[in-house]
Design a protein around this ligand. Structure first.
Ligand code: EPZ
Length: 417
């Protein structure tokens, strides 16, 4: 089993190019079920993308991956695809559920494995099914699979989501893209990755409008062959911004659009983090005397749950009591016991974490539990005294492209053993 070994206390300086967004690429890949010939650039070369590519190949698409220039070519030549998403692929990557909408819309049936729970929460898919039912789909759950049919095809409808969900919004947008007539979605998630999916679908030939939390889609039945550049990964950017705030001398983060991360910038500035915002880059300089703050995770444009764990590490360095209220997932404080082993003083009361600072973190052997918890432990290791060993780092490879290489380039001592 691979581990990460980090020698803490090194100051970071240099520049990092932020990769393309994993969470934007995944639904865009699912949407290639509608397409014929697509080229995607700025694709992050991470495990979840490889798993989604494997799933699409299983379904019958041809995928050519160019790891050197971060691009993917997708050919969809078969008239009839295999409409099955098997357990072995969906269990390792929940985004597999995103092929449900496209398969149902185009092929009128699908058999998709139910993803099951994961480390951060139970993560049901009831809202995905609720939306697709409104478009005319019928479902049966048997042997751990969703058997979905839409005998006479999906038809546009009005769907008001009872709760905001990124994945359910994406599945509904994908289904509405090919459904007959107009689909109107309200109380939608409007994460930048969803806007990227919509921009991709529009280039493909889609007729889609977004007004606040409302998405209006007029279904189409033809598509163009296109090339598309995936947006930058705002969570990767946020992660390295926090690395810079924790241990940076001067850290330059390139190939980004800072307008998308206004909320993260606001909270970091409130803590006293020194950052300079340029058109397509963020520059971090040495931050001193960090202040405690309180924040709540929320759907976009709120503070992202995917940056909560990393922010907690920074809060251990701030003077006073900081608070984080996690409102998206019910079990997203799995990193706390590991941070405590490194000396952090964190109290948990239901979904609120109270972080007492400033504390000195000291290296320890620790265990990663999910993607963002893993990277938070890397940040803790970088800012801690002595040596940190992180176990179960396969979680990191699901979503961070070239993490060690990028950090080593900025003078961190980190290696895989
Ligand atoms: C997406 O997951 C992201 N994944 C997650 O990123 C991210 O944490 C999450 O959105 C929230 O921003 C991808 O984009 C691939 P949700 P998703 O549906 O779509 C509940 C990462 O680290 N819910 O918005 O699964 C759900 O349990 C990952 O990169 C239902 O109740 O999230 C949660 O409490 C982890 N029923 C809340 O809604 C449903 O049918 C929000 O989940 C669906 C969701």
């Amino acid at each position: 089993m691979q581990k990460l070994l980090i020698k803490g206390g090194k100051k970071l300086s240099g520049s990092i190019s932020i990769s393309g967004s994993k969470n934007a690429t995944l639904p865009i890949l699912a949407s290639t079920i509608f397409s014929k010939r697509i080229t995607l650039s700025n694709v992050p070369m991470v495990k979840d993308i490889f798993t989604m590519a494997q799933l699409l190949e299983f379904i019958g698409l041809k995928i050519f991956l160019n790891k050197k220039n971060n691009s993917l070519k997708i050919f969809n030549k078969k008239r009839n695809l295999n409409t099955l998403a098997p357990y072995k692929l969906v269990k390792t990557m929940r985004a597999g559920i995103l092929v449900l909408g496209p398969l149902l819309a185009k092929y009128r049936s699908a058999k998709i494995s139910l993803p099951g729970g994961c480390a951060i929460g139970t993560r049901p898919v009831d809202l995905h099914l609720f939306a697709l039912k409104k478009l005319g789909a019928k479902f049966k759950i048997k042997n751990g699979y969703i058997f979905a049919t839409a005998k006479s095809g999906l038809k546009g409808n009005k769907i008001n989501f009872p709760k905001i969900s990124v994945g359910a919004t994406e599945n509904a947008v994908l289904a509405g893209f090919w459904a007959k007539g107009r689909t109107v979605l309200t109380n939608c998630a409007i994460e930048p990755e969803i806007i990227d999916l919509i921009n991709f679908l529009k280039k493909l030939g889609g007729k889609i409008k977004v007004v606040k939390r409302k998405i209006v889609i007029d279904g189409v039945n033809t598509v163009k062959n296109i090339s598309y550049r995936i947006m930058f990964d705002r969570i990767e950017l946020g992660t390295y911004m926090i690395a810079g705030a924790l241990a940076g001398n001067k850290l330059i983060l390139n190939k980004v659009d800072p307008k998308i991360i206004k909320t993260e910038i606001k909270f970091l500035k409130k803590m006293g983090v020194k950052l300079l915002i340029k058109k397509d880059k963020v520059v971090l300089t040495k931050s001193k005397n960090l202040r405690s703050i309180s924040l709540k995770t929320n759907p976009y444009p709120g503070f992202p749950t995917d940056l909560q764990a990393q922010m907690m590490v920074l809060m251990t360095k701030a003077k006073g009591v900081s608070k984080i209220q996690e409102t998206i997932f019910e079990n997203r404080f799995m990193h706390v016991p590991e941070l405590r082993r490194m000396g952090a003083i964190i109290k948990i009361n239901k979904n609120i974490a109270e972080i007492h600072g400033p504390t000195r973190l000291s290296g320890a052997e620790i265990m990663a539990t999910d993607l963002r918890a893993s990277v938070c432990l890397v940040l803790a290791g970088i800012s801690a005294e002595n040596r940190t060993i992180i176990n179960r780092i396969y979680h990191l490879d699901r979503g961070y492209s070239n993490l060690e290489k990028k950090l080593r380039k900025c003078k961190a001592t980190i290696r895989r053993i």
